[in-house]
Design a protein around this ligand. Structure first.
Ligand code: TYM
Length: 342
């Protein structure tokens, strides 16, 4: 990229509801690392989103720090990239409220994440108890993105609908208040790793909040745990190693390898011709151990260094607030709020 070219802004986040998984790493964080030189990058931990589900206060604090420390351990460089905690920048909630006033109940009701929740809770006639925060979740996420005039949002497949609603809302406000109010963002999806599946149920995505710990590999799992979980991974009947959709368990292991090695799946399928599932599992486990062990160790080292972490948080919050204020100021002016003079 030419030095004089203004870099596009690229932004993404992880929700600290638990320790990040290899889904978060391979589908998101690993790809962000490569983007730092070419884009003006912003990565943060979304603790305000985390409280849409019940959180234990001390655990939430620990996991929020874990997310930030693992960003750095994975190779996100705070000297090149803006890293911070969402709740340290109150402009996120401020813009979220404004967006709430320009969105409809109808469009929020059509969001898959909410519909899934209704379906699950509705069966227990508990729909009335779903938190309003869960319903408005996509608007806080839209605020996260629009606040920084983001061009690109690298996310896994599960977040695609959230970027679509963000685009709709940005266009809606731009039509009312001027085309330059918000940059309309685009989702950036990885070619492989966009959807790492549960090791125990390869028809659902691997999730931090899975009740079955054997379905996920977390970034703080020990080497033995990683090996045990991959060896127990559900594969499929038969013995041929292919990425055929009828073999979701085998396909998932191939996808994990492909994302780690940056190697196309068809090349892996060729290499595994005539080999057994056992070989595929032990190779996948070994590759995961090689990738996760240094990240786990580095994360623990960073977490012990409270001076470093405190400075990182402070610096990140200040820089993020300065940037966020610019958008908020513009939004206030266009909407008709009286300017605040100090
Ligand atoms: P979260 O914390 O669920 O996931 C963080 C990132 O990891 C990706 N991901 C996966 N990718 C592949 N396979 C999987 N099994 C897998 N599980 C998760 C997600 O797609 C995501 O990219 N709402 C968001 C956080 C958020 C955000 C934002 C993201 C809040 N504000 C603004 C981007 C921009 C979430 O819950 O991510």
């Amino acid at each position: 990229m030419n030095e004089n070219t203004v870099k596009q802004t690229l932004l993404s986040a992880v929700k600290p509801t638990n320790i990040p998984t290899i889904g978060n790493y391979l589908g998101a964080i690993k790809n962000w690392v490569k983007m730092q030189n070419d884009y003006d990058c912003i990565f943060f931990a979304v603790d305000l989103h985390a409280i849409t589900a019940k959180q234990e206060p001390q655990k939430l604090r620990e996991r929020t720090l874990y997310v930030l420390a693992s960003y750095v351990a994975c190779g996100i460089d705070p000297n090149k990239t803006l890293i911070f905690v969402q709740s340290h920048v109150p402009e996120h909630t401020e813009l979220a409220w404004i967006l709430t006033c320009y969105s409809s109940m109808g469009e929020l009701s059509r969001m898959t994440q909410y519909k899934d929740k209704v379906q699950k809770e509705g069966q227990n006639k508990e729909k009335e108890n779903i938190q309003a925060g869960m319903f408005c979740y996509p608007l806080l996420m839209a605020a996260d993105i629009l606040l920084y005039q983001t061009n690109l949002v690298p996310v896994g497949e599960d977040q695609k609908q959230h970027i679509e609603i963000t685009r709709d809302i940005a266009e809606r406000l731009n039509n009312i208040y001027g085309k330059d109010l918000f940059t309309v963002p685009r989702a950036l999806m990885p070619k492989v790793g966009a959807r790492i599946m549960s090791l125990q149920n390869p028809s659902v995505k691997m999730s931090k909040s899975d009740d079955d710990p054997n379905g996920t590999v977390s970034l703080n799992d020990s080497n033995d745990e990683i090996i045990r979980k991959v060896k127990r991974a559900v594969t499929d009947s038969g013995n041929e190693i292919t990425d055929d959709p009828s073999k979701p368990g085998v396909k998932n292991l191939l996808q994990i390898q492909s994302a780690i090695l940056s190697k196309p799946i068809y090349a892996l399928v060729q290499e595994y011709a005539g080999k057994q599932y056992g070989q595929l599992k032990s190779d996948t486990a070994e590759l995961l151990v090689q990738s996760i062990e240094p990240i786990r160790e580095k994360t623990n080292e960073i977490l012990k260094n409270t001076t470093y972490l405190t400075a990182l948080l402070k610096d990140g919050a200040e820089k993020a607030r300065n940037r966020a204020r610019k958008t908020i100021k513009r939004v206030h002016e266009r909407i008709g709020f009286i300017a605040f003079s100090e």
